[in-house]
Design a protein around this ligand. Structure first.
Ligand SMILES: Nc1ncnc2c1ncn2[C@@H]1O[C@H](COP(=O)(O)OP(=O)(O)O)[C@@H](O)[C@H]1O
Ligand SMILES: [Mg+2]
Length: 267
């Protein structure tokens, strides 16, 4: 098992409390358990504000849950030595939705990817020819050498997301968290990026957690799906072809809204 999450809870201090000593907390993630096998793509779908990004952060070591545990490769990531932390960091990558905030706007493409190559050098314990590695990575994500000296604002949304994917795979991770990674793109670019992600997943035997509020992309990408509602897993669909059998009301509502859109398209 690559990732195993056991009964995690996450809460934040509520804002707008009458006194600064207010102790009320907003529970954002409630008793969540899940697991991810090597090479698997697990979808987490839920509406905006349901706590998906908060959960995602806790899965990759960025946010310690109030209680419960997160194991990556058998290591309890919130209870580890510095050496183990380094090892974990080399296993994980992340791609966010908002590429302009996840990629420093003042960095050239070569610097954005170069950051990851420093991590890779530490991991393999030797210097690499950065320029040729960056060129190679760009080609892997479908971009050519001419992008090396461009700034983020000189790229289309899809191109910049390809750069972010190159940055994510540069460290040779085993597991990538994709948090609304395609949500800001138009439909045809979304499909292209999902195809790229699938191709990379096969090539490098990657595991993905694919966080989204969008059902069609989940059915396109994922092997299994967790339906997330107000911080809880309310439905789990292990066979993506059985999505139509989901019992939970919320899941059904989502599903129906998609089916209605499909019917409307045919008019
Ligand atoms: N650092 C934080 N401090 C306080 N509240 C937070 C913080 N991060 C997220 N929240 C709250 O947690 C809830 C879930 O947010 P989020 O995980 O971003 O949801 P989603 O990704 O599903 O849209 C929201 O109500 C949000 O305001
Ligand atoms: Mg989010």
């Amino acid at each position: 098992m690559l990732l195993e999450v056991k009964n995690i809870n996450i809460s934040f201090k509520k804002e707008n409390q009458k006194t600064i000593f207010g102790k009320e907390r907003q529970k954002v993630v409630k008793n969540v358990s899940l697991s991810l096998e090597k090479g698997e793509c697990l979808g987490i779908i839920g509406e905006s504000g349901s706590g998906k990004s908060t959960l995602g952060k806790s899965l990759i070591g960025l946010l310690k849950p109030d209680n419960g545990s997160v194991y990556i490769d058998g290591i309890d990531i919130y209870n580890i030595t510095r050496e183990q932390r380094k090892k974990i960091q080399q296993i994980i990558s992340i791609v966010f939705q908002d590429y302009t905030s996840s990629a420093n706007p003042r960095f050239l493409v070569k610097d954005i990817i170069g950051e990851s190559l420093k991590v890779l050098e530490r991991k393999i314990g030797k210097k690499i020819d950065r320029y040729s590695k960056i060129k190679e990575l760009l080609e892997i994500v479908g971009l050519n050498e001419s992008f090396i000296n461009r700034y983020p604002h000189e790229l289309s949304g899809g191109q910049l997301q390809r750069v972010c994917i190159a940055r994510a795979i540069a460290t040779e991770p085993q597991f990538i968290l994709l948090d609304e990674a395609i949500s800001s793109l138009d439909a045809s670019t979304q499909t292209q990026i999902m195809d790229l992600l699938k191709e990379l997943q096969n090539k490098y035997k990657l595991s993905y957690i694919f966080i989204t509020h969008d059902l069609p992309s989940v059915t396109y990408m994922c092997d299994r799906v967790l339906f997330f509602y107000e911080g809880e897993i309310v439905e789990e669909v292990n066979d993506i072809y059985k999505l139509s059998e989901v019992k939970n009301l919320y899941a059904k509502r989502l599903l129906n809204s998609i089916l209605e859109i499909k019917i409307d398209d045919k008019k």
